[in-house]
Design a protein around this ligand. Structure first.
Ligand code: NAG
Length: 395
């Protein structure tokens, strides 16, 4: 009886296996841009070919991949528009995508490469060359220049990965994550001249659950900038320099503005940068805030402002003279921050008179200027100091 039962069970399992569809881990269907007419010669405009390949990938009901072979592909503005029919899209780039050499052709667009309303997209590898040098010199010489385009942006998208991408010489920001959820950016390399204007490395805004790991960013503005409405951001192992550091802000430009909370920046290095870790807000009314922020294990080498809170940002003293920032900054911890400052005051906490900073913790902050302990200056800041902090006199 027992034998018969186990035989029946065995037979049943066998039948189920034999007649159920085979489980095959299939390679996703691959659409190479070259099959749609893209030319890796660096000059032929391949915009249409990329869009045609994207239509196939996005319209596929099965996982699909867009493939860019090696070589240089010249591209104008490309919007990779979703929603798509599948949420397992891989964009594999072996080659280089080159922006038009005439900066004015995309200079008034907000973006060069834009992914919008997509879900489950991975961009893997590739070099983006924004060819921004012409626009930078135009901006530096102060003529009426276009604003410039972000090289690559993800907007209103979820479950995104950017892995191993290199971005060089963007006209404006290199990589933007705007209104997204669950984004992982890793092994990215950003490079642009240290004096190139507005070339932020990675800008995150209105997004939740963004992780930036193991990346090297050298540029003319913030290595990472964090805009209003960012929550649950994790930045780890970023090497920044040249650049303006890792910055939360500018916040509080608008009266009605979403806050920033739960941000961790850890194990990062800052080399020859203008700032290390910074929180910056406009000196004008706002209901914005920044809270629950942790800056941990940072090494500063010759950084002008290693630790900075600046609540009096008002470029050109326009639209904000003599106003106080409404942005409330609270629960910010600086832990194990060491290295060298390029100026005497290494810790500068310049908070709003109306809404002083609260819950500032300085733990094991050890910064030197000319091989001597550097100074700290605090205005309207309250909190605690422990460990080696030189700021004890000021909090
Ligand atoms: C803070 O963000 C991290 C990811 O960056 C997340 O794992 C954690 O759950 C968040 N904490 C809260 C209280 O939301």
């Amino acid at each position: 009886m027992e034998h018969t039962l186990s035989f029946l069970a065995f037979a049943l399992v066998f039948i189920l296996f034999a007649f159920s569809p085979p489980v095959i881990i299939a390679e996703p269907a691959q659409y190479s841009v070259q099959s749609y007419g893209a030319k890796p010669d660096g000059t032929t405009d391949s915009t249409k070919a990329f869009l045609a390949a994207w239509d196939q990938v996005c319209g596929s009901t099965a996982p699909a991949s867009l493939y860019v072979p090696s070589g240089k592909f010249s591209l104008g503005k490309v919007t990779f528009q979703g929603p798509c029919k599948n949420s397992a899209i891989v964009v594999t780039i072996d080659g280089t995508l080159v922006a038009p050499s005439d900066y004015s052709s995309i200079g008034d667009e907000k973006n060069w490469l834009m992914f919008e309303h997509v879900d489950g997209v991975t961009v893997s590898g590739g070099i983006l060359d924004g060819q921004g040098t012409g626009l930078w010199s135009c901006k530096t010489s102060g003529k009426g220049c276009p604003e410039g385009a972000t090289s690559i942006e993800f907007s209103n998208s979820n479950n995104i990965e950017i892995n191993g991408l290199a971005s060089q010489d963007s006209q404006k920001f290199h990589i933007v994550i705007n209104s997204c959820q669950n984004v992982k950016v890793q092994n990215v390399k950003v490079s642009a001249a240290g004096d190139s204007p507005n070339t932020d490395g990675i800008h995150v805004e209105s997004s939740t659950g963004v992780t930036i790991l193991n990346s090297k960013i050298g540029t003319g503005d913030d290595c990472v900038s964090v805009g209003p409405g960012t929550t649950n951001l994790w930045v780890e192992n970023v090497a920044c320099g040249p650049g303006h550091g890792i910055s939360i802000g500018s916040l509080g430009k608008e009266l009605d503005e979403a806050g920033v909370q739960n941000v961790t920046v850890k194990t990062s290095t800052f080399t020859g940068t203008e700032n290390g870790v910074r929180i910056k807000s406009w000196g004008r009314p706002s209901n914005g805030f920044a809270r629950n922020i942790l800056f941990q294990h940072a090494v500063m080498t010759n950084v002008q402002n290693p630790i900075l809170i600046d609540q009096n940002y008002c470029p050109g003293d326009k639209n904000c003279p003599n106003q106080e920032s409404g942005v409330k900054i609270s629960d910010v911890t600086y832990q194990d921050i060491h290295g060298s400052s390029a100026t005497e005051v290494a810790v500068k906490l310049d908070c709003s008179t109306k809404y002083p900073c609260t819950g500032i913790e300085l733990e094991d902050v050890k910064l030197t200027y000319n091989n001597r302990p550097a100074e700290a200056s605090c205005t309207n800041a309250a909190g605690t100091v422990s460990g080696f902090a030189e700021a004890s006199s000021c909090l």
